[in-house]
Write a protein that binds this ligand. Structure first.
Ligand code: NAD
Length: 428
């Protein structure tokens, strides 16, 4: 028995060391530049709270499964902690810790009054019925409820979770405390206190920072050739909004493949084709192109919005975009970053470029706490203001320190969180 447990434990432990330690390595780079004091380094390189829960779920056939989930709060210095919940078979505590730390930096870069958190359940939700998914969500929520609260820790959707799951989390929490608390989660359905504009916020935010970055690089966004990898929530919104602002979308792709038209795609028609067929592939009026070739197209702006590790040391020497705006989390590897930097290709980093989602989650939370909904126009104009000013802050930091935008963004973030921590002091 002991042998079996050890065998089962070792791969997870190996992954644990790898994932979280790479997040800490990124933090160390900024900490070195900022000459952060030793005590502060120790505090910020640890997660404040880590909860692991093993809980039973009754399946439709009457059998019982015990699932493992986590909720981690990396930091609660600036305010409540914020971060999504993912359901995925490969979820590990290390991954959740790393994602919680990145949420701290993302919120800090945007100046949001939040620390970072993340949650996950090790499960393949595609194998579950709606009823089983609901059972799992309600029990997991109850298990981690000691950490949650509208003023404490506020989940949101992430990989394989959605507004319906947020509604179940909100209802479970509310039933347990005895009154309705819509602000305990964001990314809720509109009719339950969700915010207008939340669905397309990440793609919209990407486009707003791309417009600012283009100005600094000396070209106009209007008429710029844009390529978007991934046509899901982030990619399709980014493509549609970029086209509305005058960019020429010359290529888009999804898991099935890509399409290319040097004269510009009719993005609304591509979206309609995607809605009908679940893919951009087969769209009339464009040539097919592989995902690999799509990334290497001649263009002004490449917006990767699919998954991590798409631009690597292998293809970075062949990238022809003038600028990369990271809609996805972690699409560029550290080795590729160095190559792109040497080639003068600007990379607008994920913790800034895709922060529009958490920013409109913050707006949803504010509306909920005040029981006072905003209009879509208010949401979008405040999003534009905050994306633009955060880009300017990161740009100035990078120029001032003579570093790239990723390092500049990390310096802004770590410096802000360190300041909160210093001012609050160590209790007792
Ligand atoms: P999604 O599942 O809605 O869309 C993902 C898209 O990428 C799909 O079109 C899929 O077919 C495509 N894709 C997947 N693997 C691919 C591959 N190997 N090559 C080409 N295309 C591929 O997901 P999403 O919510 O749009 O998220 C995309 C990325 O943005 C993720 O990295 C996510 O973490 C990040 N992100 C999302 C949000 C948000 O608000 N949704 C916020 C911040 C960051």
């Amino acid at each position: 028995m002991l042998q079996m447990e050890e065998k089962h434990a070792s791969p997870a432990n190996v992954q644990e060391i790898d994932l979280y330690s790479s997040a800490v390595r990124q933090f160390d780079i900024a900490a070195d530049i900022l000459r952060l004091e030793d005590g502060m380094r120790k505090i910020l390189s640890h997660c404040q709270r880590e909860l692991t829960v093993n809980f039973p779920v009754e399946m439709d056939d009457g059998s019982v499964q015990v699932l493992t989930g986590h909720r981690v709060q990396h930091n609660t210095g600036p305010g409540p902690s914020k971060g999504g919940i993912r359901y995925h078979p490969m979820v590990t505590l290390s991954e959740v810790k790393a994602l919680a730390m990145w949420m701290t930096w993302k919120c800090a870069v945007m100046g949001l009054p939040y620390g970072g958190a993340k949650g996950g359940v090790q499960v393949n939700p595609k194998l579950l019925s709606q009823n089983e998914l609901q059972n799992l969500t309600r029990r997991y929520t109850t298990e981690i409820q000691i950490l949650l609260g509208a003023n404490q820790d506020i989940p949101a959707p992430d990989v394989n979770t959605n507004p319906q799951i947020m509604a179940w989390i909100m209802d479970t929490y509310s039933m347990n405390v005895g009154y309705s608390v819509p602000s305990v989660v964001t990314g809720k359905p509109l009719s339950l206190g969700g915010s207008p504009g939340r669905n397309e916020a990440t793609g919209r935010g990407c486009v707003y920072v791309a417009v600012e970055a283009a100005k600094k690089a000396g070209f106009s966004f209007d008429g710029a050739r844009v390529v978007v990898q991934g046509f899901g929530n982030v990619g399709s919104s980014a493509a549609l909004i970029a086209a509305e602002l005058g960019a020429k979308i010359v290529g888009v792709s999804d898991l099935q493949g890509g399409i290319y038209n040097p004269h510009g795609l009719d993005v609304a028609a591509v979206a309609a084709h995607h809605a009908a067929t679940r893919s951009v592939v087969g769209f009339d009026g464009a040539e097919p192109i592989s995902n690999e070739d799509l990334l290497e197209l001649d263009c002004e702006i490449l917006i990767p919005c699919a998954i991590e590790n798409q631009i690597t040391e292998e293809n970075a020497p062949r990238i022809r975009a003038r600028m990369i705006v990271e809609g996805a989390n972690g699409p560029t590897t550290p080795d590729a970053d160095v190559i792109l930097g040497d080639r003068g290709i600007v990379v607008v980093p994920d913790i800034l470029a895709n922060a529009g989602g958490v920013t409109v989650s913050y707006f949803e939370w504010v509306q909920g706490m005040q029981w006072f909904p905003w209009t879509l126009e208010e949401v979008n104009s405040r999003l534009q203001k905050i994306m633009t000013s955060s880009f300017a802050r990161v740009y100035d930091e990078s120029v001032g320190r003579g570093v790239d935008l990723r390092t500049g963004a990390m310096c802004v973030a770590v410096d802000r969180v360190a300041e909160f921590t210093r001012l609050r002091g160590i209790y007792p």
